[in-house]
Design a protein around this ligand. Structure first.
Ligand code: AHG
Ligand code: MN
Ligand code: MN
Length: 337
C-alpha cells in the first residue's frame, strides 16, 4: 500500500499551493500546533506532576483559575512570542491585549481560550484549547483592544485542540474543516478527518438543563418539544448530552451532528450570556459554518455580532442546520408576539 499519511504542516502547504496563496497559514498555525502539543502533554501527565487543582488566583472574569489554565496560557503566550507571527495576542486569562515583542511587521492577531472546560481537568474528562486568527487592520495599533474588536466574519482561520481519548486538532482557513489526530510517537498531527461536515438533521441536543428555570420561552419550548419525544410535536425521540467542555460538544456535533445551546437566560442576561464572543463563540461559529452548520445567538448570526469588548459574552446556539434554524424560528415567533 502506498504511504499516504499527511501531516498538518504538509496539508497547509498543499492548500497554499492549491490556492496559489502567498502562504501565511503554515507559519500562522505552526506555533499554535506546538503549543497544543505541549498542553496535551501537560493534560496527560495530570496529577503525576501536580497539574491538577486550583492556581489560587482569579482571571479578569472573576473565575477561579486552575493550575492548567495558567500553564496552558503561559505555553500559548511563550510559543507564539518565540514564533513572532502575530503583532499581538489576547486570551481569556489576560485582562489586556499583549503585544508581541520584536514583531513590528506582524500583520495578524491571535485570540485564544488556552484551556476550555477547565472544570473537567481534575475529573479527567475532555478539555480543549480554542483559537481565532484575525488580520491587524491597516493603521491600527496592535496594542489596542480596538484592533481586535472585529466581527467573526473577519476571521482568517480558527480551530481547536481537543484533549480527549486521543488529541485532535480541528482547523478551518475558510475552505472547509479538517481534523487531525496527534501521533504521540511521531510528535505530529496527521490528517484523519478530511472535509468534516455536520449532518443537517439530528436527534441529539446539549444544554445545561440545571438552568431550565431561567430560560427564555423559545429555549424552553425547543427543549420541551425534544423531551416530549415520539409523543410530542416532533414525533421522534431525542438524546441529551452535556460534557461542560464546549470543545468536546462541538467536536461531537462535527462528527455525528447535534445542537449545542448556551443561551442568555434570566440569570446571565445582564452579562450577555456565558460564553465569550471573541475566543469561544466566534472561532466555533466559523468552524460550524464551514462544516455546513449554523451558529446564532438565537436572534442574529454569531459571526455578524459587532464586538464591544475583548471579554464580551454572547448567547450561543450552534450545530445541525435544520435544528438551529428551528430554534431561531422559535425566537422570531416569540419576539413577534
Ligand atoms: P472555560 O473553562 O474556558 O471557562 O469554559 C467553560 C465553558 C464551556 O466550555 C462550557 O460549555 C461551559 O462553560 C460550561 O458551563 P456550565 O458550568 O454551565 O456547565
Ligand atoms: Mn472556555
Ligand atoms: Mn478557558
Amino acid at each position: 500500500m502506498p504511504y499516504k499519511r499527511i501531516t498538518l504542516t504538509h496539508f497547509l502547504l498543499q492548500e497554499q499551493r492549491r490556492l496559489k496563496s502567498s502562504g501565511v497559514f503554515t507559519s500562522l498555525v505552526n506555533d499554535i500546533l506546538t503549543a497544543c502539543k505541549m498542553v496535551s502533554h501537560e493534560v496527560n501527565r495530570g496529577a503525576l506532576v501536580g497539574n491538577h487543582g486550583v492556581a489560587g488566583s482569579e482571571n479578569i472574569q472573576g473565575e477561579e483559575q486552575k493550575k492548567l489554565d495558567v500553564l496552558a496560557n503561559d505555553i500559548f503566550l511563550h510559543m507564539n512570542e518565540l514564533g513572532g507571527n502575530y503583532a499581538a495576542m489576547a486570551s481569556e486569562e489576560l485582562e489586556d491585549v499583549q503585544a508581541v515583542k520584536g514583531t513590528a511587521d506582524g500583520r495578524y492577531l491571535l485570540l485564544f481560550d488556552p484551556l476550555d472546560g477547565s472544570s473537567n481537568i481534575d475529573v479527567n474528562i475532555s478539555v480543549g484549547s480554542i483559537f481565532s486568527i484575525l488580520r491587524l487592520p491597516d493603521g491600527a495599533d496592535p496594542k489596542s483592544e480596538g484592533a481586535f474588536l472585529q466581527p467573526g466574519v473577519k476571521q482568517v482561520a480558527a480551530g481547536y485542540a481537543l484533549y480527549g481519548s486521543s488529541t485532535m486538532l480541528v482547523l478551518t482557513t475558510g475552505n472547509g474543516v479538517n481534523g487531525f489526530t496527534l501521533d504521540r510517537d511521531v510528535g505530529m498531527f496527521f490528517l484523519t478527518h478530511p472535509g468534516m461536515t455536520i449532518p443537517a438533521d439530528t436527534q441529539e441536543y446539549a444544554i445545561n438543563a440545571s438552568r431550565a428555570r431561567h430560560w427564555e420561552p423559545p429555549v424552553k419550548r425547543y427543549v420541551d418539544e425534544c423531551q416530549a419525544g415520539t409523543e410530542g410535536p416532533r414525533g421522534k425521540d431525542f438524546n441529551m448530552r452535556w460534557v461542560a467542555s464546549m470543545v468536546a460538544e462541538v467536536h461531537r456535533i462535527l462528527v455525528r451532528g447535534g445542537v449545542f445551546l448556551y443561551p442568555a437566560d434570566a440569570e446571565n442576561m445582564k452579562k450577555g450570556g456565558k460564553l465569550r464572543l471573541m475566543y469561544e463563540a466566534n472561532p466555533m461559529a466559523f468552524i460550524v459554518e464551514q462544516a455546513g452548520g449554523v451558529a446564532s445567538t438565537g436572534r442574529q448570526r454569531l459571526m455578524d455580532v459587532a464586538p464591544k469588548g475583548l471579554h464580551q459574552r454572547v448567547p450561543v446556539i450552534l450545530g445541525s442546520k435544520n435544528e438551529v434554524e428551528r430554534v431561531i424560528a422559535y425566537h422570531g415567533e416569540y419576539d413577534a408576539k
